[in-house]
Design a protein around this ligand. Structure first.
Ligand code: TXA
Ligand code: MG
Length: 327
């Protein structure tokens, strides 16, 4: 499905929720209210829907996204909770706290949504419209704030429309959001809870509950700059060396292809995976992290990567390839 050129806005009622769930199931993009800000939702298990979401936001790189689920039980099916995470979820869910937790494997979540990381960010929103929609969708939903990249987060349906008209299929209008500030993000995956993004639950409230100070995870760009995943120590990179802009395949290499024809030497490659036979950047983005992982497991001496154009999602694809190539 392609993004419809028009964006429908529907008052949040039963019919709107059903229409929104159907749209998400088709791989569409739906903006909806949470108690913090409006989110731009896509089916977290559908890589192409997630790729379209990045394209709609105009994100220059694939930041990992927050996965939204309707309740704690769904969250526990997807992620591993340590003691601190369990206590935080008890105290603050549903609500404006996001937890970064280890993924259970196998995971139904698209590798693109989590930028190939072994952890992911999970949130159970409290807003009734968000919860109804998540239940109706019956799938985990990724939802960054529903604004163009670099713009401020939207707290009304009108803000969303101003930024994303023609780029999203449907906006569910549930009135202004109450909190207006994004969720706080706490990572609980290395035995040391960290505040990755200050947000709608205060640091003090979290520390009081845990009975210990939160380690810092904020970036050196200052307290309100979220720890950009590009700077995450755990940013996904294959163990196998990568050779970008490859125009041939050398002995012992695997090939990450983009379109056809394949370069010289491809027939001798340890393995060939094509990001998109038809040179479709949305399809390529959806396949990126999964293909890198698969090629990393071949035991090849290096992964040769064909050039990928820089237009549209190509910029983010190239950004990720370059980061993955740094050793
Ligand atoms: O209030 C909110 O959280 C809103 C509403 C719509 O739920 N959502 C939101 O999502 O702010 P987004 O995509 O704009 O913010 C996601 C943040 C990014 O800063 C990203 O780096 C971080 O979460 N993040 C996601 N997964 C992560 C991971 N595995 N490790 C570290 N940070 C992660
Ligand atoms: Mg945002």
């Amino acid at each position: 499905m392609t993004i419809e050129p028009t964006t429908r806005v529907l008052e949040a009622d039963t019919e709107a929720i059903a229409a929104a769930a159907a749209c998400l199931a088709r791989g569409g993009l739906v903006a909806f209210p949470t108690e913090t800000v409006y989110g731009l939702g896509a089916d977290a298990t559908n890589g192409e829907a997630v790729a379209r979401l990045y394209a709609a936001k105009g994100r220059p790189s694939f930041n990992p996204l927050i996965v939204h689920v309707p309740d704690r039980a769904d969250a526990e099916r997807l992620a591993v909770f340590d003691e601190a995470a369990g206590r935080l979820a008890n105290a603050f869910w549903p609500g404006p706290l996001t937890l970064v937790l280890p993924k259970r494997s196998p995971s139904p979540i698209s590798e693109l949504a989590t930028a190939g990381l072994d952890t992911f960010a999970l949130r159970v929103p409290a807003h009734p419209v968000a919860r109804d929609l998540l239940r109706a969708a019956g799938k985990p939903i990724v939802a960054p704030s529903a604004n163009r990249s670099g713009h401020v987060s939207p707290t009304t349906a009108a803000h969303v429309l101003a930024d994303l008209r023609g780029r999203v299929d449907l906006i569910v209008d549930g009135g202004p959001t109450t909190v207006g500030l994004e969720s706080a993000i706490v990572a609980c995956h290395d035995g040391r809870p960290r505040l990755l993004r200050p947000g709608a639950v205060a640091r003090e409230a979290i520390e009081r509950l845990l009975g210990l100070p939160l380690a810092d995870g904020v970036s050196d760009k200052g307290a309100d700059a979220p720890l950009a995943p590009g700077m995450l120590a755990s940013h996904y990179a294959p163990r196998t060396p990568m050779r970008l802009e490859a125009e041939d395949v050398r002995a012992g290499e695997a090939l990450l292809a983009f379109g056809e024809p394949l370069p010289r030497g491809a027939r001798q490659a340890r393995k060939v995976l094509n990001l998109s036979d038809k040179r479709d950047l949305v399809e390529a983005a959806a396949n990126l992290f999964a293909h890198l992982r698969a090629l990393d497991q071949t035991g090849a001496e290096a992964i040769a990567v064909m050039p990928v154009p820089r237009a549209g999602l190509g910029e983010a694809i190239n950004d990720r390839l370059q980061r993955a190539a740094v050793r």
